[in-house]
Design a protein around this ligand. Structure first.
Ligand SMILES: C[S@@+](CC[C@H](N)C(=O)[O-])C[C@H]1O[C@@H](n2cnc3c(N)ncnc32)[C@H](O)[C@@H]1O
Length: 323
């Protein structure tokens, strides 16, 4: 048995097979024109939700995800910081930076000297093409993620279920194609935020596929106070800031308690006294809801100042182990 993938915009309307199984979406559908059309933006939004990196972490995010949280967090900030205060806000693990840019619009207009930094450790994929009929998608570090040979779109970083043996054979073939390209991909250098060059090596054409939402990129171009930077969310920031937001990243299913604790201690050190940590996740069962805690750092410890949806599942860890 086999299942075909989704490699064109038209196919995006049929995300499931006859048996209700999800069809793999080609990450090449993230490519948008310059300037992007509304159709490009719509296609990007549908595709980014399906992107899974080799670490097992997803890029899942979507417009309006944190409307309720943005309102609450803004009201907490208003209580502590005057409108002319040079507030620095950092969103860690920002994915495509869309939800960060949505909040940034409010923050930048209310705090006229503020700056907002959206950061992540991955901002692009690399697409290698040899012909119109075959492409390999690599992660930033060179790990092969996906092989596209229409009508197949198959993963290269994990196995399909055994009964899709047609897809498994295609994955095996894709891995053979991708393997000799790994070193080439590792050797290519790109601007991490945006690079439209095509690099040609050994009969292959490589181009960058940006994982940044076109609206976030547009805000970055129009406001010098909104920037996008590479940063490992478990490391201390180079410059301290007043607000750090970590949503849907510190997660006990993906990271050990020790790793999360180390990350939280780095966050603690990165905050100024009186600064704020916004930590939580979105529960996606049924109607999505956010479970978030807002902490302040004062007198060498965190205290909870607000909760949304019952608070973060990591609240006790923060209060008992940090700093
Ligand atoms: C599920 S997304 C969450 C996106 C956004 N914060 C939201 O809640 O809508 C998790 C993000 O964390 C990023 N990530 C995973 N490990 C990271 C690390 N060590 N440093 C920075 N970002 C990381 C992933 O690349 C991904 O973009």
């Amino acid at each position: 048995m086999y299942k075909i993938g989704i490699w064109t915009e038209q196919n995006l309307g049929h995300p499931k097979t006859w048996y209700g199984s999800s069809r793999a979406v080609a990450y090449s559908l993230l490519e948008v024109g310059q300037p992007p059309t509304n159709q490009d933006i719509e296609r990007f939004g549908r595709t980014i939700k399906t992107v899974r990196l080799s670490s097992g972490s997803h890029r899942t995010t979507y417009a309006g995800r944190f409307c309720d949280l943005d309102e609450l967090a803004t009201s907490v900030l208003k209580r502590s910081f005057a409108p002319n205060y040079p507030l620095r806000i950092c969103d860690l693990g920002t994915s495509d930076a869309l939800v960060c840019s949505e909040w940034a619009l409010t923050l930048l207009s209310l705090w006229t000297n503020s700056t907002v930094v959206a950061s992540d450790h991955r901002f692009y994929l690399i697409c290698g093409r040899r012909s119109n009929s075959e492409a390999v998608i690599f992660e930033q570090g060179g790990a092969p993620l996906q092989f596209i040979r229409p009508p197949f779109v198959v993963p290269l970083d994990h196995a399909e279920r055994w009964f899709y043996f047609g897809n498994r054979i295609m994955s095996w073939w894709g891995a053979r194609v991708a393997d000799p390209l790994r070193d080439i991909v590792r050797g290519l250098s790109w601007d991490p935020i945006f690079d439209s060059r095509v690099q040609r090596v050994g009969g292959w054409e490589f181009r960058q596929i940006s994982l940044l939402h076109p609206s976030a990129r547009a805000l970055m171009r129009t406001s010098a106070r909104f920037t996008i930077q590479e940063h490992n969310a478990f490391d201390e920031l180079a410059e301290p800031c007043e607000v750090i937001r970590i949503l849907n990243l510190y997660n006990k299913e993906l990271f050990t308690s020790e790793t999360i604790t180390d990350g939280l201690r780095a966050v603690f050190r990165s905050l100024t006294d009186g600064g704020m940590l916004i930590l939580g996740r979105t529960i996606e069962v049924g109607k999505p809801r956010n479970e978030v805690s807002i902490f302040t750092k004062r007198l060498g410890a965190f205290t909870v100042v607000e909760r949304l949806g019952g608070g973060s599942e990591l609240e006790q860890l923060v209060l008992s182990r940090v700093p």
